[in-house]
Design a protein around this ligand. Structure first.
Ligand SMILES: [Co+2]
Length: 486
């Protein structure tokens, strides 16, 4: 999800936001620790020791790239025999029970199944995906993202024993967000196959979200979809998803930004890519991918947010593209930003600009950031337009007395199903809500819920986007959502 320029309304009350975020963080890591302990008890001693050893090895980082590549490689092949073998015809079992069972060591041949670098037996996914990620990694250890050393003054962190100890304590939380990342990778691999010209975007989104729900083993607010699936086309940069009844079909010459999120215990993976079938957009996509990777490379502890913006813009605007015989400079969309992420809070307070000129604030140890960049052939400036689909409860809103009975009821439904996570009209439809638009408008009018309408550059322009979620670990930077695709 994109964040627009900081508007006046989010500028105040930072303290209370941070306090509640901190509370949530404590709760979440405490829960994670308990969950990890519980899971550990369930496993036999040998397995637990092996897991701990391998986790420690993975922490060393030498194996991270390998582990990631092999994890991604497994989704390539999709024949049934291995599935039967790995799941052992017992798909209904919970993951913990499945991992208790002794696994056959048998491999089915090159590429069919891989031994993860962390010792995980990596089983293959089906097509369409049907096996929860927890069952594909029976040790319960999920692959690290791409791991990068910090630069210059911060390179010492890589080997610091003190910083490594901090990370050992956080392993259960890291592991959860890595699981959410793996769900993202496998879901997007599926979507990249089905997002062909002619597909109805409504159906595509529902397939994507259902895939996420299955692979992550959706469980209320504890695991699931983190925000609506953006599939904004052409000059629409962000925050568009079909509402009920929408008939939009993907065309051969559309440029589509697929921006979707996964979450476990509020730890959100926010990651996006661009789909185009017409090669005339290839250079535009390349520019934005390059710009996003530049932002990721620049990011680090003590790095000024403004310096990232300048580096991103420099790379983005070094490109020009020719589309239908017209040459355009690629522009960084100046009022769209990356953003920090906290538990259950997609936009946690810090913006990561994609143009030069602002923000002396620094990135800090332990923070999560969505690094996202948008390149446009238009003005490089977006404004709100079109019918709204995205909504989110304001994170720091207190109790507001409501007169309308229907608004009260809708708010209770939002609290129960989404909390402070973003949702869309389709999500209300699927849980059985009807005729909620007036109540929803009321919640927006009194400031409890914020609408996030589509963000558009000028008509006839084309916008592309790439985005990853990164974690500034004490020793190194981890690009959690990195895959072999982007
Ligand atoms: Co985002």
């Amino acid at each position: 999800m994109a964040s627009t320029d900081p508007e006046p309304e989010v500028a105040h009350e930072e303290e209370s936001v941070e306090d509640s975020a901190a509370d949530l963080a404590d709760d979440t890591s405490e829960e994670a620790r308990k969950a990890a302990e519980k899971a550990k008890k369930k496993r036999d001693k040998k397995k637990a020791k092996k897991a701990a050893d391998k986790a420690a090895a993975a922490e060393g980082g030498d194996l991270a790239g390998l582990s990631l590549n092999e994890a991604s490689a497994e989704a390539e092949n999709t024949t049934e025999p291995t599935q039967d073998e790995t799941v052992e015809g017992d798909e209904s079992r919970p993951a913990s029970a499945a991992s208790k069972k002794k696994k056959k060591k048998k491999k089915t041949g090159a590429g069919d199944a891989a031994e993860g670098a962390d010792g995980n037996k990596v089983c293959e996914q089906t097509f369409p995906p049907s096996i929860p990620v927890s069952k594909l990694f029976p040790t319960g250890i999920f692959p690290e993202g791409e791991v990068c050393d910090y630069r210059d003054d911060n390179l010492w962190r890589t080997t610091s024993e003190e910083k490594r100890e901090l990370e050992r304590l956080e392993f259960p939380m890291y592991n959860e967000v890595r699981q959410a990342s793996e769900v993202h990778r496998q879901t997007r691999k599926f979507i990249q196959k089905i997002a062909q010209p002619g597909i109805k975007l409504f159906d595509m989104c529902e397939q994507l979200e259902n895939c996420t729900r299955t692979l992550i083993e959706e469980k209320g607010l504890q695991a699931g979809v983190a925000f609506p699936t953006g599939c904004s086309l052409n000059h629409v940069a962000a925050h568009w998803t079909p509402n009920g009844g929408d008939q939009t079909v993907l065309g051969y010459s559309d440029v589509m930004k697929i921006d979707f999120g996964t979450q476990i215990n509020g730890r959100i993976i926010d990651c996006a890519f661009t789909v185009s079938h017409d090669p005339k957009y290839d250079e535009l996509l390349k520019a934005v991918k390059d710009a996003t990777n530049t932002g990721i490379a620049e990011a680090g502890i003590d790095v000024r947010l403004g310096d990232i913006g300048a580096a991103v813009q420099e790379v983005m605007e070094s490109y020009e593209v020719e589309i239908d015989g017209v040459t355009y400079p690629v522009k960084s969309v100046r009022n769209l930003n990356g953003h920090s992420i906290s538990p259950y809070q997609i936009h946690a307070g810090k913006s990561v600009p994609i143009v030069k000129g602002g923000e002396q604030t620094k990135m800090e140890e332990g923070e999560f950031f969505a690094i996202e960049t948008f390149g446009s052939t238009g003005k490089g400036y977006v404004r709100e337009d079109l019918e709204c689909s995205h909504y989110m409860k304001n994170f720091d809103v207190g109790h507001v007395p409501l007169r309308l009975q229907k608004a009260k009821k809708l708010l209770a439904t939002i609290d129960r199903n989404f909390g402070t996570l973003a949702f869309c009209r389709r999500y209300l439809d699927r849980i059985g809500e009807t005729q909620y638009l007036m109540a929803l408008k009321n919640l927006c009018d009194v400031g409890i819920v914020q609408p996030y309408p589509p963000l558009c550059d000028i008509k006839g322009s084309y916008v592309a986007q790439y985005e990853h979620t990164i974690l500034l670990r004490p020793t190194r930077k981890e690009v959690l959502s990195r895959g072999d695709d982007y």
